[in-house]
Design a protein around this ligand. Structure first.
Ligand code: PMP
Length: 414
């Protein structure tokens, strides 16, 4: 029997909210209601404290120093790598490369693995619901290599057309690069099936986990993806740091990305040998403070409990969906069977930007526009949407405020 529980019983929301200092501020004289979590989540005090602690107490460059501060900083930085390994179920810590974020992780694969393995006439498959970060790097590569970029279409509910995907796969398919969860629609893609099919055709698969990593349990080994990317700032950590996971053999065989300190073993003018994994892909002084605080964010999620967070967010999604559907002229964009707590919608005769401004006047932060997914907006024949996305600290009462704000705004604008 499935257990039924209320939002309040499953998570102590008041206690959680207490740990996010920003939630105490007001916007335009109203308490902040932050519904732009798919763009970036807010940061708990523990994460902010970790940044201050590093700069106050053990700021030092890592790996090369033998003094105490350098050792402490190195240990804390490398502890995040272990935390990430556990967070996504990677087989080894050497498979975890720190980058600036999802965007850089995808570009790293395009510029290294892509340059080495994609030849003229080869094919790369993405989908219609990709973020620009998972479109443009492949366009650049395809232009460079005279390769072909193919696109899996999306149905009217915002789900991948799997039959069309199967038809796109062929002997020239080198890579499938797919978003795990759409930032614009909330759709959860059937990545396991997508990966199995690609592997049967001898193609590799990269998964963009920018949105999935905060909501879903990630197990890269069970998923069997070849590459997986995500960003710290969407999992309650700081901006400026992210992860590329790659299967060890692929990362070993790949050429280097950027040259500089740390990624080398020995340098001479006669030639240079490269460092072992994962350092081979981490040239220069990394983002030490943010990486350490990223580890704190992952510990924070573990402590609260990802399944409890997910249950809470799913209840918010269900409640908001029901309430939004009662607003005349409002249409939800993206009604996939499998969804996470992102709701995009359009209101007939009302521009999303105007809605966003009026909601901001009530202290409510939503995102409006194309959500860096212009081709997807084109496929729905809309310029953009208004998007509300929920996190662990959001409440039903905040959704009620959104509905009141929307009803008033729609009356005013239509
Ligand atoms: N992919 C998806 C699905 C995203 O939502 C985002 C961020 N909006 C990105 C990629 C890019 O992430 P970042 O800006 O952190 O590199």
């Amino acid at each position: 029997m499935t257990e039924t529980f209320t939002i309040e019983k499953s998570l102590d929301i008041a206690h959680i909210r207490d740990q996010f200092p920003i939630l105490k501020r007001t916007v335009k004289g109203k308490p902040l209601i932050y519904f732009d979590n798919a763009a970036t989540s807010q940061k708990p005090k523990q994460v902010i404290d970790a940044l201050v602690d590093y700069y106050s107490n053990y700021n030092a460059n890592i790996h090369r120093g033998i003094h105490s501060l350098a050792e402490e900083a190195t240990a804390a930085y490398e502890a995040t790598r272990d935390e990430v390994q556990r967070f996504i179920g990677a087989a080894s810590r050497e498979e975890i490369i720190f980058t600036r974020g999802t965007t850089e992780s995808i570009n790293l694969v395009a510029f290294t693995w892509g340059r080495q393995n994609v030849k003229e006439g080869d094919e790369i498959i993405i989908s219609e619901m990709e973020h620009h970060s998972n479109i443009v790097p492949w366009q650049i590569l395809c232009l460079d290599k005279k390769a072909v970029l193919k696109v899996i279409p999306v149905n009217e509910k915002g789900e991948l057309k799997m039959d069309a995907y199967e038809k796109l796969l062929g002997p020239r398919t080198k890579l499938v690069s797919l978003v795990h969860v759409s930032n614009a629609l909330g759709t959860v893609n059937p990545v396991r099936d997508v990966i199995d099919l690609a592997h049967r055709h001898g193609a590799h698969v990269m998964i963009d986990g920018a949105q999935s990593s905060v909501h879903l349990d990630i197990d890269v080994q069970a998923m069997d993806c070849d590459f997986f990317a995500f960003s710290s700032h969407k999992v309650y950590g700081p901006t400026g740091v992210g992860v590329l996971y790659g299967k060890k053999q692929l990362l070993t065989d790949m050429s280097v990305f950027q040259g500089g300190g740390e990624m080398i073993k020995e340098v001479s003018f006669a030639g240079t040998s490269y460092n072992d994994l994962p350092y081979k892909y981490e040239a220069g002084t990394p983002n030490i403070a943010d990486t350490i605080a990223f580890g704190t964010a992952l510990e924070f999620i573990k402590h609260v409990g990802k399944d409890r967070i997910r249950d809470h967010e799913n209840q918010l999604l269900e409640y908001a969906t029901q309430r939004l559907k009662q607003i005349p002229g409002l249409r939800i964009i993206g009604e996939a069977k499998e969804k996470i707590s992102v709701i995009s919608f359009v209101v007939e005769g009302v521009h999303p930007q105007d809605l966003g401004i009026l909601l901001d006047n009530r202290g409510i932060a939503v995102r409006t526009g194309h959500h860096c997914a212009q081709p997807l907006m084109d496929s729905f024949n809309i310029p953009g949407t208004t998007r509300a996305s929920f996190a662990m600290y959001n409440t039903k009462e905040e959704i009620d405020e959104l509905i009141i704000g929307l009803e008033k705004a729609v009356k005013l604008l239509s």
